[in-house]
Every structure is written in C-alpha cells, then in structure tokens.
Design a protein around this ligand. Structure first.
Ligand code: ACO
Length: 335
C-alpha cells in the first residue's frame, strides 16, 4: 500500500432490480378500504413492485441482479470486490447475513461481507462507510447493495402501511481512484435518535410493543407506523440534512447536479423542495412507480439517474435519507 499519495473514491458502476409483480393502487382498492385517488393525493404512489413469493422470488434474487448489473457497468467481476455491504432490514434470515450469501453467489469470496440495518438510511450510511474504508487505505473495491422487501412484513388487511411500501434493490460499486484525488465523498453525516422509535417498528412479540402504544390493527410481526409522527419527523429532517450539507460544504443549490432523495412520500419531498428552493430537475422522483422501497430507494434512484446520463463525472451530488430508528444521513459526492 503506498498510502503516501492522496487518492479519491469513484462510483464505478450502479445497478438495480425490482421484482416482477406489480401491485397497483387499483389492486389495493380490492383488498382494503381505500381509493387510488386518496393514495395518489396523499403519497404520489400509483403502483409498487413486490416479490412474487408464489413464484419463489426472493430478496436475495433481486440483490444478486442489482449487484451483478453494477459490476457489469463497472467492467468488473465479483472477485474484484474486497468487501460487500448489504443495507437491509429484510434479509432472508437473521443468520447468515445476505451479504455472505451474495459473495458466494457472485464469486467474490473471500471478501468481507456484512448486513447493515439503518432502515431507509441504509444505502446512504453504506456509501459513507465505503468511502471512509477506501480512504483509510484498507479497501480498494466495495460493493454496496441497498435492498428491502417490506412486502414480506406488510399486513395487507390494514390500510395505513400497505399503501406505501414496495420492494426494490439498488447497488453501487465504489473503488479507489488513484488518478483523481478530488473524487469521492466530500461531506457526510450519519445520525440517529432512538427517541420516537415506536413511530415505525416491527414487533416480533407482545413484549416489543411499548407501554401505552395505541391499539393497532396490524398483526404481530408486521410493520407498524404512526404516519403523522413519521411525516413530521421526515419533513423536518429532510430540510435539516440538506441545509446542513450545503452549509458545511459551502456549496449552493446551483452547484449540485442532483439531490438523490429517499422516496418516502411525494408530499415530504415537495415540502423540502419548496422550503429550500430546489428546482424540479434536480430532485429525481420515481415514487409513483415503486412506492417507498426503504433501503432500496436511494440506490434505485441513483441507478436510474446514471442510466439516463443525468449524473456525470465531475458532478456534485447530494444523497439524503431518513428512516426508522429514527435515522438520518447525508452524503455529498464529487462523482
Ligand atoms: N385510504 C383511505 N383513507 C385512509 C387511508 C387509506 N389508505 N389511510 C388512512 N386514511 C384515512 C384516515 O383514517 C383518516 O381518516 P379520518 O380523518 O376520518 O380519521 C384520514 O385518512 C387521514 O389520515 P392521516 O393518517 O392523517 O393521513 P395522512 O395525510 O397523514 O397520510 C400517510 C397518511 C400517507 C401514511 C402519511 O402520514 C405519511 O406519508 N406519513 C409518512 C410515512 C412514511 O414516509 N413512512 C416511512 C418513512 S421512513 C421509511 O421510509 C422507513
């Protein structure tokens, strides 16, 4: 390891994958007391993709498709990776991690592998960690997968959460760049506050339900959410993380090519856009097609932006997410 010369970090390739099955608002109208009009107005979502479990589609499948596409885009193979991070709260099992199974699936072993649970912030947390590990000089090429398949934990007889979430995986391969020290993460924030965790949680047993929690129609083992509390948290944190990132870097909105934001609810995104003055063409939206895919969301947006040629070398990009925990994170990159 030279360790002498400064080096940068480059996003060498991205990929994404969604399951084949589409759950449209009109399908939900048949399942719960709701209307497509209400869902579109309150969330901006028209449809979402969910695992077709009858066909045996799995979380691992879409993760493998996403990281394989990212490696292809980078012109690399699994054996080029020295670490794989899977950001997810919906890995197949508690043990082993999906990351360990994925390095086997893509022929990356022996490589470091671990799952990271930071809910919807998982991909942005992982981007920050990958950049830091590469800058430490200890790693050269890290695969990151952001994926959630919350459809496995949604009680589709209940209407508050079932309308919001979809399944998706996105991936990026980040590598050391010896030629361009200016590239990589120029500012990052990883934060959380455990107070208020009960606004969004997945109890496994009665004992997990906090004292005084409101009665819930959601079955045990499935995702519970206090929509209004999460909404308030998300609107304020969204604005805070973007303003903090701009202030700390001295960058202006005009300097940023794209704000790649967690797709939680169109109204949350619109509120931040309005308060900070972000133009439409700098805030990518795909929640209409995929819903909120938790840790998959930012990764999926990044891949679609790359595919569309809307993020290019030299661009400055701000990644932003917030989620259960409660967690929030930003990552400012010179791509
Ligand atoms: N269809 C029709 N009516 C509904 C539905 C539904 N699916 N759900 C609730 N309603 C009704 C309620 O019963 C209520 O009726 P009432 O006025 O007669 O009591 C009315 O609609 C309004 O309910 P609210 O809960 O106040 O609706 P709100 O405008 O807050 O929208 C929503 C609900 C969309 C869930 C919103 O609170 C939200 O988006 N919150 C943030 C959710 C989120 O982003 N979560 C994840 C972020 S973090 C992460 O990604 C892990």
């Amino acid at each position: 390891m030279s360790g002498q010369a400064p080096f940068g970090v480059r996003i060498a390739g991205t990929g994404s994958a969604v399951p084949s099955k589409v759950l449209a608002n009109t399908d939900l109208e048949q399942m719960i007391d709701t209307s497509s009009e209400w869902i579109v107005k309150r969330t901006g979502i028209h449809q979402r993709h969910i695992l077709d479990q009858e066909k045996g589609e799995t979380t691992l499948d879409i993760e493998r498709r996403a990281i394989t596409a990212a490696l292809d885009a980078a012109g690399m193979t699994g054996s080029d990776l020295d670490l794989l991070i899977v950001a997810s709260l919906t890995s197949e099992m508690r043990c082993p991690s999906n990351a360990c199974r994925l390095i086997e699936a893509i022929g990356a072993q022996p490589a470091g592998a671990f799952d990271l649970n930071a809910a919807c912030c998982g991909f942005v947390y992982s981007l920050n960690i990958a950049d830091s590990l590469i800058r430490s000089g200890r790693h050269r090429a890290i695969g990151i997968v952001g994926c959630d398949t919350l459809s496995r934990y949604i009680d589709y007889t209940e209407r508050t959460v079932s309308i919001l979430f979809g399944d998706a995986a996105g991936a990026a391969v980040v590598v050391r760049d010896d030629e361009h020290p200016e590239r990589g993460c120029i500012y990052q924030k990883i934060e959380a506050d455990g107070r208020g965790w009960e606004s969004l949680y997945m109890p496994r047993r009665e004992e997990d339900v906090p004292p005084g929690a409101p009665e819930s129609d959601v079955r045990m083992g499935y995702l519970r959410m206090n929509g209004r509390e999460v909404y308030k948290f998300a609107v304020s944190k969204f604005q805070y993380v973007i303003e903090d990132a701009l202030e700390q870097t001295g960058l202006k909105v005009d300097d940023i090519a794209q704000f790649v934001c967690h797709q939680s609810n169109i109204r949350i995104i619109e509120s931040a856009k309005e308060k900070i003055g972000l133009p439409d063409d700098k805030v990518y939206i795909n929640i209409d097609k995929y819903g909120n895919s938790s840790a998959g969301s930012v990764a999926l947006c990044l891949d679609e932006l790359m595919q569309q040629g809307r993020i290019n070398p030299g661009d400055k990009v701000v990644f932003v997410a917030f989620g259960a925990g409660m967690t929030w994170s930003s990552s400012v990159w010179q791509v």
